[in-house]
Design a protein around this ligand. Sequence first.
Ligand code: C2E
Ligand code: MG
Ligand code: MG
Ligand code: MG
Length: 294
Amino acid sequence: RAKFSGKQCLAVFDHAMHESVLKRLELEEALRTVLKDGGLRLVYQPIFDIETGVIVGLESLVRWDHATKGLISPAEFVPVAEEIGLIVPIGRWILEEACRTIHRLNEARGDGPPISIGVNVSKRQLADANFVDLLKDVLETENVSPNQLNLEITESMIMDSPEQIVDCLSEIRNLGIRLHMDDFGTGHSSLSCLHRFPIDVLKIDRSFVSTMEVGDDYESIIHAIITLAHNLDTKVIAEGIETTRQLQQLRDLKCDFGQGYLYSKPEPIEDLQELLSAIVNRPRQDPQFGFASI
Ligand code: C2E
Ligand code: MG
Ligand code: MG
Ligand code: MG
C-alpha cells in the first residue's frame, strides 16, 4: 500500500526540485560577483620526481571560500561557471594569479632551478578565439617565461573536436608553454590516438592509481600507458598517490613523476615554502638530484 497519495508525492518532489533550482540560482548569483568579492584563491600541489623524490613542479587548484556556504569545491562550481560563460574571466584571473606566484617564486629562488606551475584549463577557455592572445598578454604583464607555465587539458576536451583544438594546442606549444593531458584514461579515447596530440606530459588519472593495488590487471594497464607514452617521448605523472605501496609499484613501472596526498595535499603557497626552499637552495646541476622541471 502506497504511503503517500499521488498528490503528496508530487508535493515532495516539487519541493526537492524547488530546492535544487534555488541552490543552483544562488550559486550562479554568487559566481557573478566572485572576482569582485575576492572569494577565489589558489592552492598548489607539488609534483615529485618518483626516482629522486625532488619537486619538479606545482599544480594550481582553485578554491572558493564562500562567506556563508563555506568552501565550495571546483568540481561543483567550475562546471557551472563554464555553463554560464563565467569561466573565461575566472580562468583569466586563475592564470594571472598562477603567473604572479611563478614570478614571486623566481624572485625568491636565487640560483636555484625555476619551478613550473600547471594551470587547469576548461574547454570553453580553449575554444575562445582570444585564448592564445590572452596567454601572451598574461605572461608579458606578469613577466613570466612561457616555459614555466604548463596548461592541463583533459583528454575529453580534445577528443570531441580534434582538428580545430589541435591547431590551437600547437600554437600554444609554439609559444613555449608545455601541455599536460589531465585525467588520462577517463575520456574513452583510444591509446592509438595519443600520438596525434601535441602534448608533453600525460597524467594518469587517480582512478587508475587507486585500483592498482587491487589487481594485476590495473597494474598492466598503467604499465601499457607508461610504455606507450615513453615510446612517444612523453613523460608520465601519476595522480592521487596515497600509499607507499602505490608509489613503489609506480617506481617499478618507471613512472616519471607523481603527486598525491602521500607526498603533499594542495596547500597555500606560503605553507609550501619549507618544501620549496629545500630545492631552491640546491645547486642547479647537482647530479645527485638530477633536477628536471616538467
Ligand atoms: P584535477 O585537475 O584532476 O585535479 C586533481 C584533483 O585531485 C584535485 O581536486 C586534488 O586536490 C585532488 N587530489 C590530489 N591528490 C589526491 C589524492 O592523493 N587523493 C585524493 N582523493 N585526491 C587528490 P580538486 O582541487 O578538488 O579539483 C577537482 C577538479 O576541479 C580538478 O581535477 C580540475 O578538473 C578542476 N579544477 C580545479 N582547479 C581548477 C582551475 O583552476 N581551473 C579549472 N578549469 N578547473 C579546475
Ligand atoms: Mg589537473
Ligand atoms: Mg587530474
Ligand atoms: Mg583527475
